[in-house]
Every structure is written in C-alpha cells, then in structure tokens.
Design a protein around this ligand. Sequence first.
Ligand SMILES: NC(=O)c1ccc[n+]([C@@H]2O[C@H](COP(=O)([O-])OP(=O)(O)OC[C@H]3O[C@@H](n4cnc5c(N)ncnc54)[C@H](OP(=O)(O)O)[C@@H]3O)[C@@H](O)[C@H]2O)c1
Length: 242
Amino acid sequence: MKIAVIGGTGLIGSQVVTDLIAAGHEAVPHSKSTGVDVISGQGLDQAVAGADVVVNLTNSPTFDEASPAFFQTSMDNLLAAAHKGGVGHFVILSIVGVDRVPELDYYKAKALQEQILAAGPIPYSIVRATQFMEFMDAVMSWTADGETVRLPATPIQPIAAKDVADAVAQVAAGAPLNGIRNIAGPEIFPLDELGRITLSHKGDNRTVATDPTAGMFAAVKGDVLTDEHAHLAPTRYTDWLS
Ligand SMILES: NC(=O)c1ccc[n+]([C@@H]2O[C@H](COP(=O)([O-])OP(=O)(O)OC[C@H]3O[C@@H](n4cnc5c(N)ncnc54)[C@H](OP(=O)(O)O)[C@@H]3O)[C@@H](O)[C@H]2O)c1
C-alpha cells in the first residue's frame, strides 16, 4: 500500500515509516522540513496524491491555548486534501482518556482532533496511547527546582515510543476501525514514583516531592489516563531505562 505519513520525521512518525517500509509498504514521510505544511496547506495535495492511507502524526508546537487552533486547521486542511485525493483510510494518534481531562487545553485540542476526524468524509482509525516513556524527562523538567522535582501521584501507564509506532503501523496497514483502539504500557505507576525510579536509575541525586498541585498532570482526576483493558505493549519502564 502507498501510505503518506504526515509528521513522518517526528518521534513516532519516523519509526512508523521504518515499520511500514519493513512490512513491504511504500511509506513516505512528510513534514514541514520536507516542504509540507499542514497549517498553510503548502504541499499537502501532492503529499497525499495517490496514497491509500494517510497517517497524521504531526504535533502542535505548544501545549497551551493555541493548540486547539493547530489541530482544527491542520485537520481541516488534511481532510480536504485527502478527500480530494481519494484516500481510503485516515489514521491519527491520540491519548487514552483524552476526553476526560477538560481542564487541559492540549487534551481539549486532541479531543477536538478526534471529533473532526470522526465527523469527516473518510474512513478512519484513532489510536489512543498512554504517555510516552520518552516524555518523562520533559515532565520532570517542568516542576524541577534545585534539588527537588515536584510531581503529583497521578496514575500513569507509560508506553515506549517504539511500541506506539508498531501499533500505529499495524492499524495503518489494516482496515479502518471507524473507532478507537487504546494502547498502553504493561505497568501502572503513580507519577511521583515514576519520577523516583527515573532519577534513581540515572544516578541523579535529586529527590521527588509528592505535590498534588504540581505540573500539567495535577489537573487529572483519578485514573483516567490508564486503561488496564487496553492492548498492552511489551516494553517495561525499567527495561526501557536500561
Ligand atoms: N507525548 C505523549 O505522551 C503522547 C501520547 C499520546 C499521543 N501523542 C500524540 O502523538 C503524536 C506524535 O507525537 P510526537 O512526539 O511523535 O511528535 P514530534 O516528535 O514533536 O513530531 C511532530 C511532527 O510534526 C511535524 N510538524 C509540526 N508542525 C507541522 C506543520 N505545521 N506542518 C507539517 N508538519 C509539522 C514535525 O515536522 P518538522 O520536524 O519538520 O517540523 C514532526 O515531524 C502527537 O499528535 C501527540 O499528540 C503523544
């Protein structure tokens, strides 16, 4: 199959392209750096022309109140180009529990992206993943000061980017789900504990203080970001750290 991977130079996109090519598909990465812009629309028609499937793995440059506009405009432009090009399957990567954290602009933006896709003219699949293991350093950097990292005890089920890419590639090569598939890592940790495991593994002497008000994940109520019934990926966090 011919598969256009928009955002195909990113963390997930680049690995999805590798997986699809290894499985015998003609997968082509597109992004701003290859001259395709989902916001201005530049190069989009050519990027999706002749594609059986479009996988959209672009991301907003910010996680704040500007992010809904990014996903609205990019999806409007991509769906119009894909519809014109006769694309038969459109895949996006979203977040487990995304519609259950309305306090977060970025989650609102990703829920909006899902709604635009589901209401659009193209058969689709939504893969929802839990938080990427690769994201942990950034999460800790938001609330680090001096010798302390402050983190809430929000339950998190981290998944390796490689496992996410494998799942997205598998969905992209299959029939449209016209629905959602949840994928998650094999273990659930309170975020503060995940921070302690991470620092200890790196030989970092800073301590983690449990703070229910710290950082973006403080807005999350209960265990909405986890799903023990999701398709569970193989990679465990400590194995990934190693
Ligand atoms: N972080 C998590 O824990 C998590 C969990 C579940 C789902 N997700 C979702 O996973 C998806 C992929 O994330 P990622 O970490 O792989 O993203 P990433 O590494 O930041 O890559 C983003 C990609 O989007 C491209 N891009 C950005 N703006 C663009 C534009 N205006 N036009 C064309 N391309 C543009 C970038 O291209 P250039 O480099 O050329 O600019 C890059 O290829 C996101 O939609 C995110 O919401 C994330």
